[in-house]
Design a protein around this ligand. Structure first.
Ligand code: ATP
Length: 490
């Protein structure tokens, strides 16, 4: 067809030139328009090719490769039934599902789940990210959406598959509430096109198409996307619990030599709040550290050091001066000492090796995941947070800028006490508490915790000095060494 049009155009030009018409201005207009159309087409094409490549380059993932997401997997499998048993679904007159939304924090395995869903249902898999649809030229995003669906159908036909799963990561970028992006209509047009494509999916279509979206901000999505018949199934993909972390660690150490399997229990307990992506990185870093230390197997100590690295970043080459080293040692020693006094056995490690912008840090150990806190527990957290600055004050008579983050953290915890109805204000809706009242209540909590921390540290100054001097000399202290120092002093 294209060739016929080009041929007819060239013929027309020759004809006009022969009869004496000045074709130069017309030729310029045609060239400019042609160039523009070509540019718009390649804008859609190039990116989409990249998306297809990304989808192709990854090997098959099954639900067994995903740890700590049992309930998400079960919910997802239930929703996938219609791809596996289309005849039954049709016989029962069930409206098939068009979209599943995976909601959860970054790195928890949403992409893995979508890929495993494709393998589970023998569907072709095609992936894109919300941000790839947003361009400054109106209409390009909508065109890419059309191409995405077209490509999924073509790929399924090519691979003789009866179904296709289209995965859109960062759905909130393209599916945010309409009208929010002032200035241009590109976002709205792209979202409208997605809605049109979803509405166009029919139950008896071959291949059957299922859309899987992922976001960590479902609240930002346009309600039209969430209404029945579109993304009408939401699956929560949360951070893994201890058992889940243990499973993820064993998945990512399958091909690694471990000193013993028990190490993983210990590390799973110490990594509360880690996502699957953190744990994958942790296993990798631990293996690198073991290799650097010429150890044939990965030991607990390699994992422990890798935790610090994953949490805080690579060691920094810059070396603080000796005065700073001393101050940081007292600061970290203060945190550790108060932590031990209010929660015996709670110090996992402390270090004055600069990492990721911090001059030192203390890491707490945890044995069980905790999701609920009482007021005394939150108060203890505030005391540990304030202890660094108070230790500096007791030794040097003043504080330093090193405690800024600690104070922000202490303030956040105090606010949580108020917000949870645990303060002297009683049950409150935080939004209705006037700022000066909130400030006063937090201030009161912090002041009280400051004096208790000061008292604890003043009563144990010799032990603080001992911890700081060992830290200055050895740079890092692990749990065992720390316990030894505390026990010797008692
Ligand atoms: P984002 O929201 O940032 O796109 P995501 O939730 O899609 O993240 P994935 O891309 O699926 O996360 O995970 C990143 C990597 O982390 C995976 O390739 C895998 O190595 C590891 N990972 C994450 N979650 C899990 C899990 N539950 N089990 C095993 N590995 C996991």
């Amino acid at each position: 067809m294209k060739e016929i049009y080009i041929g007819a155009g060239v013929g027309l030009f020759i004809f006009l030139a022969v009869i004496g018409f000045n074709v130069v201005p017309l030729a310029i207009i045609v060239l400019v328009m042609g160039g523009f159309i070509y540019f718009m087409q390649t804008q859609g094409q190039i990116k989409f090719n990249e998306v297809s490549r990304k989808a192709k380059s990854q090997h098959t993932i099954s639900f067994e490769d995903i740890g700590g997401q049992d309930s998400a997997i079960n919910e997802l499998k239930e929703a996938l039934e219609f791809l596996i048993k289309p005849d039954l679904i049709q016989r029962m007159g069930i409206r098939p599902l068009k979209g599943i939304l995976l909601v959860g924090p970054p790195g928890t395995g949403k992409t893995l789940l979508a890929r495993a869903a494709a393998a589970y249902t023998s569907s072709v898999f095609i992936a894109a990210s919300g941000s790839e649809f947003i361009e400054m030229y109106a209409g390009v995003g909508a065109k890419r959406i059309r191409q995405l669906f077209l490509e999924a159908r073509k790929k399924a036909a090519r691979e003789n598959s009866r179904s296709a799963i289209i995965f859109i990561d960062e759905l909130d970028v393209l599916g945010a509430k309409r009208g929010k992006h002032s200035g241009h209509l590109e976002y709205d047009q792209t979202l409208n096109q997605l809605l049109v494509e979803m509405d166009g999916i029919t139950p008896d279509e071959d291949p059957r198409i299922l859309l899987v979206g992922a976001t960590n901000r479902a609240d930002l999505l346009d309600p039209a996307l969430l209404r029945p018949g579109r993304f009408d199934r939401q699956v929560q993909v949360g951070l893994p619990d201890k058992e889940g972390r243990r499973r993820i660690l064993s998945i990512h150490t399958r091909n690694k030599p471990l000193s013993s399997e028990e190490v993983l229990d210990q590390i799973a307990a110490a990594t509360f709040g880690f996502s699957g992506a953190h744990l994958e990185s942790l296993a990798n870093e631990a293996a690198i550290l073991a290799m650097r230390a010429n150890s044939p197997v990965i030991e607990a100590v390699h994992f422990t050091e890798a935790i610090d690295k994953v949490l805080l970043g690579e060691k920094e080459s810059r070396r603080p001066n000796s005065y700073e080293i001393e101050r940081v040692s007292y600061h970290e020693g203060g945190h550790a000492l108060v932590s031990e006094m209010v929660n015996p056995g709670s110090v996992a490690s402390l270090s004055i090796i600069p990492r990721g912008g911090a001059l030192g840090f203390m890491r707490k150990s945890s044995h069980d995941d905790q999701y609920l806190y009482t007021r005394p527990e939150l108060e203890k957290q505030i005391m540990v947070t304030l202890a660094g600055a108070i230790a500096e004050e007791l030794i040097y008579g003043d504080r330093s800028t090193g405690a800024r983050n600690d104070f922000e953290q202490a303030w956040r915890t105090a606010r949580e006490i108020v917000q949870s109805g645990l303060s002297s204000l009683g049950v409150v809706n935080i939004e209705d508490v006037p700022d000066p009242v909130l400030y006063e209540e937090c201030r009161k909590i912090i002041n009280e915790m400051e004096s208790q921390t000061r008292r604890l540290l003043s009563e144990n100054l010799p032990l603080l000095e001992k911890i700081a001097s060992v830290l200055m000399e050895e740079e890092s202290i692990d749990q065992q060494r720390f316990q030894g120092l505390v026990q010797k002093a008692s």
